[in-house]
Design a protein around this ligand. Structure first.
Ligand code: NAD
Ligand code: TYD
Length: 376
């Protein structure tokens, strides 16, 4: 944080996950004195190893505290929010496919957990009013472009209605609506970010890019849903974390900000690019039965955030090359994750799909449709 920033003591929830840990690593690496307490439940997606680079550096480690706990637990949350100038909430169940298999945890963390954080902030705001702390805490609620639902054409603006279509997206929408209601009703200092599809190092291998990279390294099939022409706007994780840090300092209270990556691609084109980087053949790709309710496209307008002076910097080509190379070089990180609980998940999510899968014709350069070329 800048010298003038009032946010010197941060509580970062979900800070052992993919984006939260990048936020923590990058902020501590600025060496500006900011102190961070991570509260993380360490679900299957949370990983202490994601914080290892900061913990290995004595100066950074001295400013980092890790607490294992649940954001839906008011006791764990209350005392930590009492010590924080700001709360940055990354904690969530984050995988759409798992939300389809089992939505309960998504609601517990995405709705109840956010409510508990907001209540703790409200309590601290009341303490500030009584002069028991210098200022009320600020809270950044990290949300997603998926709250807009599928966008056939054009780009979603922050003023557009939201229309989430998966249990994951609906839980995220509920969380950010609660956060905004606390701004309107109680005047709580809340900012909401809506990031687009994020990728990069330390990405859990259940998601498209790391799943396909790690499977391809092992010459395993790559399960592409449906026709593979769904479109996503890809945001490099360092850019996403930087945008959240920027909004923590510069976002207007009560406001929502889109965080687009500016890299819209069809899934087939993403796969073609990562295979090219790995030097692996397209014949690994299987067309498998689609995800139910699969959103066809996400795209957001970034004018509001650009108006504050921020835009993503990383091109998809550069970010993807760095990501692929990281997964090749860091097999000690992802191989343990693809074992244990992973096997049961993979079986449940993919076994029947892969059994029904077809080989896919090579991707056309522009993402034009390409018919399946036959059974395998
Ligand atoms: P992730 O699944 O990698 O990490 C989530 C972290 O939250 C894990 O460390 C997990 O242990 C922790 N957690 C889960 N439930 C918890 C609870 N009840 N209490 C405390 N900790 C808990 O997710 P991610 O990809 O890093 O996403 C972080 C945030 O960004 C999420 O809120 C997600 O909705 C949002 N987001 C993600 C993307 C993306 O493409 N990954 C895009 C936009 C927004
Ligand atoms: P994912 O990484 O799960 O992110 P999200 O669902 O939040 O966009 O998926 C990105 C895209 O890749 C999405 O269109 C679904 C698709 N996909 C596959 O085709 N196969 C897979 O095995 C996975 C995990 C995703």
């Amino acid at each position: 944080m800048s010298d003038a920033s009032p946010f010197r003591r941060l509580m970062v929830t979900g800070g052992a996950g993919f984006i939260g840990s990048c936020f923590v690593r990058d902020l501590l690496a600025r060496r500006d004195g900011t102190r961070i307490t991570v509260l993380d439940k360490l679900t299957y997606a949370g990983n202490r190893a994601n914080l290892a680079p900061a913990e290995a550096d004595p100066e950074q480690a001295a400013r980092l505290r890790f607490v294992q706990g649940d954001i839906a637990d008011p006791v764990a949350v209350g005392s930590l929010v009492a010590e924080a100038d700001a709360v940055v909430n990354f904690a969530a169940e984050s995988h759409v496919d798992r939300s389809i298999l089992d939505p309960a945890a998504f609601l517990r963390t995405g709705v109840e957990g956010v409510y508990v954080l907001l209540e703790a902030c409200r309590h601290e705001q009341e303490r500030a009013t009584r002069g028991e702390r210098a200022r009320p805490p600020r809270m950044v609620q990290v949300s997603t472009d998926e709250v807009y639902g599928s966008v056939d054409e054009g780009e979603s603006r922050e003023t557009d209605p939201i229309a989430p279509r998966s249990p994951y997206a609906a839980a995220k929408a509920a969380g950010e609506l609660l956060a905004r209601s606390y701004f309107v009703t109680y005047g709580l200092d809340v900012v909401v970010s809506r990031g687009s599809n994020t990728y990069g190092p330390y990405h859990h291998p259940e998601k498209l890019i790391p799943l396909f990279v790690t499977n391809a390294i092992d010459d395993l099939p790559l399960p592409l849903y449906g026709d593979g022409l769904q479109r996503r706007d890809w945001l490099f994780v360092g850019d996403h974390a930087a945008a959240v840090a920027f909004l923590l300092e510069r976002g207007r209270a009560g406001e929502v900000y889109n965080v687009p990556g500016g890299n819209e691609r069809a899934n087939r084109d993403v796969v073609a690019l990562l295979l090219e980087r790995l030097g692996k053949p397209w014949s690994l790709v299987r067309s498998v039965p689609d995800r139910p309710g699969h959103d066809r496209r996400y795209a957001m307008d970034g004018t509001r955030l650009a108006g504050l002076g921020w835009r993503a910097r990383t091109t998809f080509e550069a970010g993807l090359a760095a990501t692929v190379d990281w997964f090749v070089a860091n097999q000690d990180w992802w191989r343990p994750i693809k074992s244990g609980e992973w096997d049961a998940y993979y079986e449940r999510q993919y076994a029947a799909r892969l059994a029904a899968g077809l080989a896919v014709a090579p991707a056309a350069p522009s993402g034009e449709p390409a018919a399946p070329s036959g059974t395998t």
